[in-house]
Design a protein around this ligand. Structure first.
Ligand code: PHE
Length: 338
């Protein structure tokens, strides 16, 4: 009997000092658990003389009930204290949220996303390709063999003799056509590299490649797509003009001009008095390239274009120097809104 009383005193006084749910749980296991102290007392009944067993058993059960309700009460007390503590410590003043400065998308990201979204809505799928590219995909697969003069305009950074930083997103044309038969309708936005640096050229800049290959694709499909892009980027009155050009992987090739968004085509300093601004290179995919990628050039035709994202952003926002994009000057970046 004295053991029972002693256990009650020890358990209740330790319980009173409990300050956490975890220590309460540990205490509960210590006394009421399967191998706990109180359970141990119950098991010792068998060592008592038979006449003492009923009273002893009743007392132990009484204590168990008492302890169980004491534990339950303490547990709800501690839970309430914990809740109050969290309400106090984790208080959030929602009216302070307005004090946080808003970030903004970088103008290159903004323009890349705007153009991609317009093309995605027209059914183009978006691909990404490697920035470290082989000479094969960057040049040879695009009908630019070693020593071809077109390589001069695209000097770049070589990692080995045959591995380089891609100079254009066009290698993705060959990579995709090798794997997939038409219909093909893809864009590939990404970084490209050239050893060039002045107010309008940067050693790293961004392009978006476009490629459509299917039956009966013509230059008119290219023009329609670019007109749709131009009117959404620069306003409904923007006109698109094709001038003959040359790229080894397109035939015929065109240089694409838009009416100057600054003067509306009248002639100003931005368009050097011509009323037109050159924005991208494009053309019909050269049958030689189709065939070398395993696509039947009698059955299928395609168009491709490659536009410079910085160039479009410079025209759209009147930015005079490409280097402003990479200087991370907050006064510049903050102008591009939310
Ligand atoms: N890759 C060319 C360049 O960077 C642009 C281009 C893309 C031209 C697709 C024709 C077709 O100059």
């Amino acid at each position: 009997m004295s053991k029972i009383m002693e256990m009650e005193v020890v358990c209740l006084s330790t319980l009173n000092e409990c300050t956490s749910l975890q220590s309460l749980q540990e205490l509960k296991v210590r006394f009421l658990g399967k191998t706990g102290e109180l359970t141990g007392l119950l098991k010792s009944i068998k060592d008592l003389p038979p006449e003492e067993r009923p009273t002893f058993g009743a007392k132990v059960n009484e204590l168990r009930n008492k302890l169980e309700s004491a534990f339950a009460e303490k547990q709800s007390q501690l839970k309430e204290q914990e809740l109050q503590r969290r309400l106090r410590d984790e208080k959030v003043d929602v009216s302070l949220v307005n004090m946080q400065p808003w970030g903004a998308l970088h103008p290159v990201t903004l323009v890349e996303k705007t153009i991609s979204d317009l093309l995605i809505a027209m059914g183009f799928e978006v691909l990404a390709g490697p920035e470290i590219e082989s000479d094969w995909y960057n040049f040879q697969a695009l009908n630019i063999p070693a020593d071809h003069p077109a390589r001069d305009m695209q000097d770049t950074f070589y990692i080995t003799d045959s591995i380089l930083l891609r100079t254009q997103t066009s290698p993705m044309q060959a990579r995709l056509m090798e794997k997939k038969q038409p219909p093909i309708k893809m864009i590939c936005p990404g970084k490209v590299f050239r050893s060039d640096s002045d107010a309008s050229h940067s050693p790293v800049f961004h392009q978006i490649e476009g490629l459509v290959v299917d039956e009966n694709i013509t230059l008119c499909d290219l023009k329609g797509t670019l007109e749709y892009l131009a009117s959404n980027l620069f306003g409904p009155d923007t006109q698109v003009r094709f001038r003959p050009s040359y790229f080894p992987f397109t035939e015929p090739s065109v240089e694409v001009d838009l009416t100057c968004s600054n003067c509306g085509g009248k002639g100003c300093s931005l368009c050097k008095g011509t009323g037109w601004i050159e924005v991208l290179g494009a053309g019909m995919v050269n049958p030689v390239v189709l065939e070398s990628c395993g696509i039947d050039s009698k059955k299928y035709t395609g168009y491709a274009f490659g536009l410079g994202v910085e160039r479009i952003a410079m025209i759209k926002y009147g930015i005079p120097d490409i280097r402003l994009f990479y200087e991370c000057d907050l006064r510049f970046l903050k102008q591009f809104g939310k």
